[in-house]
Design a protein around this ligand. Structure first.
Ligand code: 1QQ
Length: 385
């Protein structure tokens, strides 16, 4: 009895006083606000901010508002690690939505895992993300279930496609994962993968790769890279004379590539884990609020970031009903939140979703869109499916 009391007292001395959850409830957002990756991250920041605004306008969590704490995770591993460390140690966040790239998630998620802070990946689609640890889940469906849809649509548009060229950024974890899926899917569709070309996300000149593609005389090109490199590759393919269909992967999935490939973006086919036409009540509200502010339909990355914040808040609402959040010890709440995220079912702009026991998203609907350019600057994603 005495011994137990002493052990507890020593424990408290060692750890300091248990920290309570702050009000407004801090949720960490570690996204690419700068660097080339901000072409993708900007849309996520918009989605997260819209979620915060919507949630706080509707009573927050049982009357307690939330506060998103932003740390720029840029496009590299070290920035993501620093962002995570700041959010966990200084921001006292209950959980983190981020980072933008899988390449960064493999480096930064283990920091959260060790600190027992739940992470929801808003756009980490490489194979193996939820398996990083018990505290890691994602609202971004993996390449394995999203990417093959684009090839199927390409074949619907042009059933005569036989030969394919595949290109990917070899220094990026998502791109290497996605190209594996693309190559398997192409072969499963009976296509001949005539050439596989590598590049770096930092490359700006793709003459060598494009020359190989043209020599292989293919009728479909499939690209796994990020926005700036991917956009430039599309542009150079067209400028050097490639005429066939182009499938772009998730890294090209933003209207922010329009200034890069301009009129040459026209026709690029990209699979989607989100559609503005998704009929859920949650999505209709999201679309309305997004349109009111930005005068266009919301893109996938904004919808996924919105869903990430929403899932965290929905799970926090359940815990708040057990005991008001401000009365929880922060460590206890982080652990309980992680369990609750995995236990719940959520109505989000992505439709109804839940998680398997590893934190993998279970999502029902997927789509494919094709870029239609009006002129060199303005274009839209037209949904084919
Ligand atoms: C990943 C991705 C990126 C293209 C999202 C921005 O899917 O890194 O996993």
């Amino acid at each position: 009895m005495k011994r137990t009391a002493l052990t507890i007292a020593l424990g408290l001395l060692a750890t300091g006083q248990a920290q309570k959850v702050q009000v407004p409830v801090p949720i960490g957002i570690a996204l690419a606000q700068t660097s080339n990756t901000a072409l993708l991250g900007q849309e996520q920041v918009i989605g997260a901010r819209l979620a915060e605004k919507h949630i706080n306008a509707h009573g927050g969590i049982g009357g307690t508002p939330i506060k998103l704490i932003f740390q720029d995770a840029a496009g590299d591993e070290n920035s993501a690690i620093n962002a995570f460390q700041n959010l966990i140690g200084k921001g006292n966040v209950v959980g983190i939505v981020g980072p933008t790239l899988s390449q960064q998630a493999f480096a930064a998620d283990p920091i959260a895992e060790r600190a027992k802070v739940p992470v929801l990946g808003p756009s980490n689609t490489a194979k193996g993300i939820p398996q990083i640890g018990d505290y890691i889940a994602r609202v971004s469906a993996p390449v394995a279930v999203v990417a093959p849809n684009a090839i199927k649509q390409a074949l619907k548009l042009d059933p005569k496609i036989k030969k394919v060229a595949v290109l990917y950024a070899q220094n990026d974890a998502f791109s290497t994962s996605e190209t594996g899926t693309f190559q398997d899917a192409a072969k499963a569709q009976g296509l001949n993968v005539a050439t596989v070309q590598k590049f770096q996300t930092t490359d700006t000149d793709f003459t060598t790769q494009v020359t190989s593609v043209l020599n292989a005389d293919v009728d479909l090109v499939i690209i796994s890279g990020l926005a700036a490199d991917g956009g430039n590759l599309v542009k150079q393919l067209r400028q050097l004379g490639y005429k066939g269909l182009i499938v772009g992967g998730n890294g090209l999935n933003t209207s922010n590539i329009f200034p890069v490939c301009q009129k040459y973006c026209d026709g690029v086919i990209i699979a989607q884990a989100y559609s503005p036409a998704q009929p859920s009540a949650s999505n209709q509200l999201f679309v309305k609020e997004y349109r009111a502010q930005y005068k266009k339909d919301p893109p996938q990355f904004a919808a996924q970031a919105y869903a990430g914040v929403q899932v965290m808040v929905d799970a926090l609402k359940v815990l708040d009903r057990q005991k008001k959040l401000a009365q929880w010890d922060l460590d206890d709440l982080r652990a309980a939140l992680n369990k609750q995220i995995l236990a719940g079912k959520y109505n989000t702009p992505l439709g109804e979703l839940r998680f398997d026991k590893e934190g993998e998203i279970m999502q029902k609907e997927f789509y494919v869109a094709q870029i239609k350019m009006k002129d060199a600057k303005n274009g839209t994603f037209v949904f084919l499916k």
